[in-house]
Design a protein around this ligand. Structure first.
Ligand code: GLY
Length: 398
């Protein structure tokens, strides 16, 4: 397939010339998502809340579910999707949805009180209890999320200045490992510090973001997936990949976690260093996206030598679109328009037949890639793509 190469300035030129384009219709996409949720829920009955939807592979129509537990990092995405669908519905539709969302959320409560398995506790609790708390103001959800923040904070190593993302992989990597995905989980600590938890949680999150900013990126703003540190001295040893094409490559979802993570840390801290950095990691993503993809959805890794014949990762586009709809509110006007327009283009592409599941399966989207090097979830519907898609739709509508 012909490789389309633009520079960032060409991409920006295209963006500015598109301002007369019809606005993206988030409302009808939210209706589409609701229809897919209804189909999925019909197939999941009678509900077993201990089984959370994870993926739909090629040729399948229904969610493959996994047990709701600490080792299953995606456990919180399905309840989060239900809470966000709930947010977009009228009172009558909300009644049943709220009950089901609560069922898939509350089964995760024990994870807040048991020793942290890894950093993914943040993903699990933010997506379920925090999304549920936003909608219901249920004080029990707040208590559980606060407890989970304390549990997550036990992974912090003050000598290194980051959280240990994967305690089980310390030997494999030869030291304290921190992965870019961990940036997302700082939200649980920052939220807790603002909502009655220890102020120390905020210090941990800020230190993690600072240390990551120092060590986890190349000069151009692209990130490694995994940063390895000496556990005892805290020295940075190396940057490597786990889910990307190569240690030096741009794994699209890894970069999307960086964009979302630094935008979110700025939202909580108002520290301009994080805002500047969020723009830097975004700008290199948009530049590389323009150079490597035939639309606004990235290849799973921007350096896969197959170019546009390589599988896509719709989930990374969803994460970035959601982040940009926040970032565009914090930056000066020209940059704001660039980011807002980019998010609009991403959502527009994701809402086409090329990416939408529609009658093929009950997810919202197709063409995400989970763990390419392991041969797992390649070109699949994956629950986190849907989660960040509906999150972005709600932000766009607002
Ligand atoms: N957090 C794991 C992933 O992005 O695949």
């Amino acid at each position: 397939m012909k490789r389309i190469i633009y520079t960032i300035s060409a991409a920006l030129l295209c963006l500015s010339s598109c301002t007369t384009e019809k606005a993206f219709d988030a409302e009808s996409q939210l209706d589409y998502c609701h229809q897919q949720v209804e189909k999925a829920l019909a197939a999941l009955q009678p509900y077993d809340f201990t089984q959370e939807p994870r993926n739909i592979l090629d040729g399948q129509a229904l969610w493959n579910c996994r047990e709701a537990k600490a080792e299953e990092w995606c456990s919180g995405f399905w309840p989060g999707i239900l809470w966000m669908d709930y947010a977009s519905r009228n009172e009558e539709e909300r009644a049943e949805l709220g009950k089901v969302a609560a069922g898939y959320t509350e089964v995760l409560k024990p994870l807040a009180y048991q020793p942290a398995y890894d950093h993914d506790l943040g993903f699990i609790i933010i997506n379920s209890f925090l999304k549920g708390y936003e909608q219901t103001h249920n004080e029990a959800y707040k208590t559980i999320a606060l407890a989970a923040a304390d549990t997550l904070a036990t992974l912090f190593n003050p000598t290194v200045g980051t959280m240990l993302s994967w305690p089980r992989h310390v030997k494999d990597y030869g030291g304290h490992n921190t992965i870019m995905d961990n940036m997302i989980n700082l939200e649980l600590l920052l939220w807790a510090a603002d909502n009655g938890g220890s102020p120390h949680l905020r210090d941990i999150a800020v230190k993690h973001a600072e240390t990551t900013m120092e060590n986890h990126f190349r000069p151009d703003g692209s990130c490694y997936h995994v940063a390895v540190y000496d556990t005892l001295t805290g020295d940075f040893i190396k940057g490597v990949t786990h889910q990307g094409y190569a240690d030096w490559s741009m794994w699209s979802r890894g970069q999307s976690w960086a964009i979302y993570g630094y935008t979110m840390v700025y939202r909580y801290t108002h520290d301009k260093r994080f805002l500047d950095f969020a723009q830097k990691v975004t700008d290199i993503y948009l530049k590389r996206l323009g150079e490597t993809s035939d639309d606004w959805v990235p290849l799973w890794d921007m350096d896969d030598p197959r170019g546009t014949d390589a599988p896509k990762d719709a989930s990374a586009a969803c994460v970035v679109a959601s982040a940009l709809l926040d970032l565009c509110q914090y930056v000066e006007v020209d940059k704001a328009e660039t980011y807002r327009a980019a998010a609009g283009h991403m959502l527009t592409d994701l809402s086409t037949e090329r990416y939408q599941s529609r009658d093929k399966n009950v997810a919202f989207l197709m063409h995400s890639t989970g763990h390419h090097p392991a041969g797992s979830e390649i070109d699949a519907s994956i629950v986190y793509a849907d989660y960040y898609y509906i999150e972005a739709l709600l932000k766009y509508k607002k």
